[in-house]
Write a protein that binds this ligand. Structure first.
Ligand code: GLA
Length: 387
């Protein structure tokens, strides 16, 4: 988004005067899916598209929210900042974050005018909501001079998602939006929150994000159901092995206790999580060693596990990944994010990209009746002030 246009739109909406602008990115996860809320590893990178927030403190005891993407506008008094709005109003995302400041006894002493714009394709599973939460957290923290550390802002953004959107998500998306770095992927241990920025060196290949245009529906309850199934697996294993979370099991450990999980569906869910954590560490090792082929194989295996054991892919994501696997020059391809629609992520050799778009686009449409859309991912920085 052109910053000049954003400033003009702000003035059009709220009148002339100074305003401050911030940006926070969406993310694409390279590997490590549905591992974060199990204390495992993830390997996402921040994208160059995300959410923008232009803000001006005002001498008035209320917040005004407007967006260039949605029609709904809202004015809320300083005493109304901790109650979610009815329904799925977009305002609940920034509001949910401001509520976290209030809960920490950091109630804004005066209101503000806020204009939001997002360029993450909606419903694509590229974390448009995390981008919006983190950009709000960074903006409020800065404008009101609260000086909270970045990690607190990330955790508060995750809490906003739990409390104001009802999705019991892990920390990956908000962390990637807060801590992303240009041309690096974040190898994050979601238990300790220790992380390493790993250069994404693809030697003549690019990351292609393929949008199924079948919107992912995290709030459909299926996500929270997976979270509950993982907890059930831990409870089933605990009498035999003292674990706190599924990440406490290696693949070998899991083999010795899997039979203790009576429910075959819960057992399969746990198998995905434990093997996916193994794949993620192996993939990072492969990337660091320059072994892209191995990295790609692990991506493909991740998709199969998400399809068969975790059952979060669905016909559209399967059609997209399966079509990609047939194209020469595709190093690896898998669904990314929560699943149930959204996007795949593929690593494709430069010379094969045009062919990839043509073949995958055609196959995908033939199988699903939907048009795919492709983006070459640029890995950008985490949340920051723009002006
Ligand atoms: C969503 C959640 C994340 C993570 C992914 C799956 O994006 O917000 O916390 O669980 O799904 O890996």
């Amino acid at each position: 988004m052109d910053i000049k246009i954003l400033k003009e739109k702000f003035v059009e909406k709220y009148g002339a005067g100074d305003a401050i602008g911030y940006f926070s990115p969406g993310r694409v996860n390279l590997i490590g899916e549905h591992t974060d809320y199990n204390g495992g590893y993830v390997f996402p990178c921040a994208l160059s598209f995300g959410a923008y927030c232009v803000i001006r403190k005002v001498n008035r005891p209320s917040f005004r929210f407007a967006s260039l993407n949605f029609e709904l506008e809202k004015e809320l008094s300083l005493t109304e900042l901790t109650t979610p709005l009815d329904g799925k109003a977009w305002v609940n995302y920034p509001l949910g974050v401001i509520a976290q400041f209030v809960k920490r006894c950091l109630t804004p002493d005066t209101g503000a005018d806020i204009l939001i714009y997002g360029d993450v394709p909606a419903g694509a599973g590229l974390s448009s909501s995390a981008a919006l939460e983190v950009v709000t957290a960074v903006a409020i923290n800065d404008v009101y001079g609260y000086n909270l550390p970045r990690l607190d802002l990330v955790k508060m953004s995750q809490k906003a998602e739990h409390e104001f959107a009802g999705v019991m998500c892990g920390i990956m998306d908000q962390f990637a939006s807060g801590f992303g770095a240009k041309d690096k992927a974040i190898f994050l241990n979601c238990d300790t929150l220790n992380y390493e920025l790993v250069p994404v060196v693809l030697k003549g290949a690019k990351i292609i994000v393929s949008n199924t245009h079948s919107p992912h529906k995290l709030d459909s309850g299926k996500y929270n159901e997976r979270v509950a199934q993982c907890k059930a697996a831990v409870e089933a294993i605990k009498p035999y092995k003292p674990i706190k979370q599924l990440a406490d099991l290696s693949v070998a450990d899991f083999k010795t206790v899997e039979a203790k999980i009576a429910d075959p569906v819960v057992r399969a869910r746990a198998r995905h999580v434990v093997t996916e954590i193994g794949r993620t560490t192996d993939a990072v090792t492969a990337l660091k060693a320059g072994d892209l082929e191995k990295f790609g194989q692990l991506m493909n295996a991740s998709h199969v596990s998400l399809r068969d054991d975790y059952e979060v892919t669905g016909p559209q994501l399967d059609a997209m990944a399966e079509a990609a696997w047939t194209v020469p020059g595709v190093i690896g391809s898998r669904m990314t994010g929560g699943g149930f629609g959204g996007c795949t992520v593929s690593i494709v050799k430069d010379e094969a990209i045009d062919n990839f778009k043509a073949i995958v686009g055609k196959e995908y449409e033939a199988k699903t009746g939907l048009k795919a859309e492709f983006y070459v991912a640029e890995i950008g920085d985490g949340g920051k002030r723009l002006f």
